[in-house]
Unconditional design. Structure first.
Length: 104
């Protein structure tokens, strides 16, 4: 009778834990696929992400052009009043605006 109890105690955990074992085996098998998938997501950029980045860059450039244009207007007024340094600064600002419009 003692032998039957030992056999029952040895078999019971296998029956009770078979769901856990199956789940663990499933996790071990699918882990490499999940890692590769996540790495691919991190390393690649989707078209919509590229479009969003391009849009942000364009808005930032246009914002910079607006600021430079306002500065240019003020400097041109001083240049018209005879300030030679302001005239040089106006040329520099025009160059910056051209650089911004050219993309960089």
């Amino acid at each position: 009778m003692g032998r039957n109890i030992r056999l029952l105690l040895a078999i019971a955990p296998m029956i009770l834990l078979q769901g856990c074992v199956a789940s663990m085996v499933s996790n071990v098998v699918t882990a490499p696929v999940k890692v590769v998938s996540k790495t691919t997501d991190i390393l690649t950029t989707s078209q919509s992400e590229s479009d969003e980045k391009r849009g942000r860059d364009m808005r930032k450039r246009e914002e910079n052009v607006g600021k430079l244009s306002r500065q240019l207007k003020k400097v041109q007024e001083r240049c018209a009043d005879g300030d030679r340094d302001a005239c040089k600064k106006a040329r520099d600002i025009r160059d910056q605006i051209e650089d911004e419009r050219g993309g960089g």
